[in-house]
Design a protein around this ligand. Structure first.
Ligand SMILES: NC(=O)c1ccc[n+]([C@@H]2O[C@H](COP(=O)([O-])OP(=O)(O)OC[C@H]3O[C@@H](n4cnc5c(N)ncnc54)[C@H](O)[C@@H]3O)[C@@H](O)[C@H]2O)c1
Ligand SMILES: [Fe+2]
Length: 381
């Protein structure tokens, strides 16, 4: 089976090895002639980024890049990116990278023409309607990790550098117009990032599947997403050049983010404050949280996960699935506790309050309270 396809769901996706060469066509389709490529500091000097700039330049699109983007990007990165965008007279953004580069690039396109401050557009109620939709610049997204699925998402996660809170900024027009999913771009990911990002995709599928909301389309996508991660993350981790495994992981990432339109849950509600306060890697943090959250949610999800276990070929139903998750984490050297990643127990009350304020809470099948959330933190730190 050839892993090359053009999809139009949930947006236009050009999927296949080597398809980064179609970036000029993607820009033309999105109506961009003077793009600003936005990526993070780590990617700026890598050959995949330089050769992408070469492709842009050869097509007469210039080679403008903004790369002052931190992991867990914040509003200061965004202000600098918007300034670079406006100073350069750009007419669209190529959001290039893992979740950090993608999220920040999407926000540069969103904020370049707005007059209200960023936090006015947090994903609360209908705050997104405050934005001037006509002023949002077109976005072409190019993922270089396989995890967040931000390339097919209508939101970005931006850390408030003052309060250390991760906030979700949502607008339907933040969904990139064209996505290039080229698994060759992910071949050089370090193993730690391969594992962490792949387990983020897994967490998106698990949480979407666990959420009590009615969304059968997402339910089906989340189920197949879990299967792809189970089959192909071990191969991508063992051999980063395994293009078939990298390709299926790239699909699983897009499926996780499509699936979580149904909701996220306690894994993300716990992991967002940890990432914002301690700067830990998002997907790795999720992976550490997952076993405790599955046990916590057991009364609400056990029956539903019997089906997952059967589909994934895991014996023992829900409990078999939980054993599988712990063994899966162990096979990628994921720590058992957050304390191994530098997280302390001195800020439990603060972390608990932040978790309860996180929008992901709403999708957890068991209601989170101060008591049970604090206990979850105690269990995982
Ligand atoms: N928008 C969403 O829906 C959504 C969903 C989940 C997570 N997120 C956010 O995404 C961010 C995490 O994204 P991530 O896990 O992809 O990590 P990342 O973007 O922070 O990248 C991690 C590291 O890997 C490097 N890297 C990326 N691609 C590489 C490649 N191909 N080769 C070599 N190195 C490479 C980067 O330079 C960086 O140092 C967090 O801020 C998280 O909150 C967003
Ligand atoms: Fe995530």
């Amino acid at each position: 089976m050839s892993l090359v396809a053009n999809w139009s769901y949930p947006t236009a996706i050009k999927f296949g090895a080597g398809r980064i060469r179609e970036l000029p066509d993607a820009c033309a389709a999105a109506g961009i002639s003077r793009p600003l490529l936005v990526t993070d500091k780590g990617l700026a000097a890598l050959p995949i980024t330089q050769s992408t700039l070469d492709i842009m330049e050869a097509a007469g699109l210039g080679r403008a890049m903004f790369a002052q983007v931190d992991p867990n990007p914040n509003e200061q990165n965004l202000a600098a990116g918007v300034a670079a965008y406006n100073a350069g007279g750009h007419d669209g953004v190529i959001a290039f990278g893992g979740g950090s580069g993608l999220d920040l690039g999407k926000m540069v396109a969103f904020m370049a023409g707005q007059t209200r401050p960023l936090w006015d557009f947090e994903d609360i109620g209908d705050w997104w309607t405050r934005a001037d939709a006509e002023a949002i610049a077109p976005i072409v997204a190019v993922p270089t990790t396989a995890g967040t699925g931000s390339e097919v998402g209508r939101a970005s996660v931006i850390t408030d550098s003052v309060t250390h809170v991760k906030k979700i900024i949502f607008h339907p027009k933040v969904l990139p117009s064209v996505v290039i999913c080229d698994p060759e771009l992910t071949q050089g990911m370090p193993r730690f990032i391969t594992a962490g990002t792949g387990l983020d995709a897994f967490a998106h599928c698990v949480e979407a599947y666990s959420s009590p909301h009615y969304h059968p389309m997402s339910q089906g996508i989340a189920l197949e997403g879990m299967r792809l991660v189970k089959e192909y993350l071990p191969r991508a981790y063992a051999d980063g050049t395994d293009l078939e495994a990298r390709g299926h992981m790239m699909s699983a990432a897009a499926m996780g983010a499509t699936g979580f339109q149904k909701g996220l849950g306690a894994i993300h509600a716990l992991s967002h404050p940890i990432g914002a306060v301690y700067g830990t890697h998002h997907g790795t943090t999720n992976a550490v949280c997952m076993p405790a959250v599955l046990a916590f949610n057991a009364p609400a999800i056990a029956e539903r996960f019997d089906l997952v276990a059967a589909y994934l070929g895991i014996s023992g139903g829900f409990h078999g699935f939980c054993d599988f998750v712990q063994g899966f984490n162990d096979s990628f050297d994921i720590p058992h506790k957050l304390s191994e990643m530098g997280v302390g127990t001195d800020r439990l009350d603060e972390l608990t309050a932040m978790a309860l304020n996180d929008p992901s809470c709403g999708g957890n099948p068991i209601t989170l309270t101060t008591e049970n959330t604090r206990q979850l933190f105690v269990d995982i730190i």
